[in-house]
Design a protein around this ligand. Structure first.
Ligand SMILES: Nc1ncnc2c1ncn2[C@@H]1O[C@H](COP(=O)(O)OS(=O)(=O)O)[C@@H](OP(=O)(O)O)[C@H]1O
Length: 288
């Protein structure tokens, strides 16, 4: 697919996409639609929605609310279609989107590289065992008749053989997926956010994210409160609202009880991949 990239954020000067003259201080189409300079590429069930909503509290961030799935499912539509999905930004604002499935999409690194090799890539990672259970919980909520977690996770439970073709297992082999991205992007283009810390210390993790994006540290501890009912941090005042807001019911679902031995076997399965991932990223996420 040799899609010629459209003029990017820096190539749009004088292209007539700015506000039209003579329509007042703030015309309806203020700013222009730009390709994203930063993308939350993964991982599914890592905490990607929370991160995007927290970032939207920053005045210099404009983000697409829905997941566009452009680099995995919609690439044939072209970059112009993709750019037209984006919210308008003013000078100095950055455009973002999040689609967690990009991280495990073989073609995504090449496609994003072809859009811009300067794209900043954010990956929210979470203990792969918890992530797998979270993923399963989501599937179960849509289809209550599926087999048990244990039945899906193991090809043979008595021999301990894990079914690595099951997507809930496969997605958590982070080192393998990262290998694919590193064929195109250097490590310096990535920020790895701890999904666990995003819950236990949202302001701390948001500090790292804002630094990485070159933003002023506007989103701080003052923006968060811990909602005891929800069991998660929530925003005191999200963008465009005067009321505090937590994520919806589909975030922070109760997980089914999984047998301790199942957890333990999966934890052992992931250990070498986790070690590799810590080594590759230079970060110990504390899962082992
Ligand atoms: N502040 C806050 N509020 C609610 N939920 C939070 C928050 N921070 C992180 N999380 C965790 O995010 C998990 C869902 O991850 P994603 O948003 O990446 O899921 S998805 O891939 O977009 O479906 C979700 O997983 P589950 O707990 O399994 O539902 C949460 O644990």
């Amino acid at each position: 697919g040799a899609c010629p990239p459209l003029p990017g954020p820096d190539g749009a000067a004088g292209s007539g996409t700015g506000p039209e003259p003579g329509l007042g201080a703030e015309p309806a189409g203020a700013g222009s639609r730009r390709l994203p300079q930063a993308i939350i590429v993964g991982v599914k069930k890592g905490g990607t929605r929370a991160l995007l909503e927290f970032l939207r509290a920053h005045p210099a961030v404009r983000a697409l609310g829905a997941e566009p799935h452009f680099f995995d499912r919609g690439y044939e539509r072209g970059l112009r279609w993709y750019r037209n999905l984006m919210p308008r930004t003013l000078e100095g604002q950055i455009t973002m989107e999040k689609t967690p499935s990009y991280f495990v999409t073989k073609e995504a690194p090449k496609r994003i590289y072809n859009m811009s090799r300067d794209t900043k890539l954010i990956v929210v990672v979470r203990n792969p065992v918890t992530r797998a259970i979270s993923d399963y919980t989501q599937t179960l909520s849509k289809n209550p008749t599926i087999p048990s977690f244990q039945a899906l996770a193991f090809k043979n439970f008595s021999t301990g053989l894990i079914d690595t073709t099951w997507s809930a297992v496969r997605i958590g082999i982070y080192a393998k997926h990262l290998d694919n991205w590193l064929q195109y992007f250097p490590l310096s283009k990535f920020l790895f956010v701890s999904g666990e810390r995003l819950v236990s210390d949202p302001a701390g993790e948001m500090g790292r994210v804002q630094d990485f994006l070159g933003l002023k540290k506007v989103v701080t501890d003052k923006h968060f409160y811990f909602n005891e009912t929800k069991g998660f941090p929530c925003l005191k005042k999200p963008e465009g609202s005067s009321r505090p807001r937590c994520l919806g019911k589909s975030k922070g679902r109760p997980h089914p009880k999984i047998h301790g031995q199942v957890i333990q076997r999966l934890q052992e399965f992931y250990r070498p991949f986790n070690m590799k991932f810590y080594q590759m990223t230079g970060q110990d996420f504390g899962w082992d």
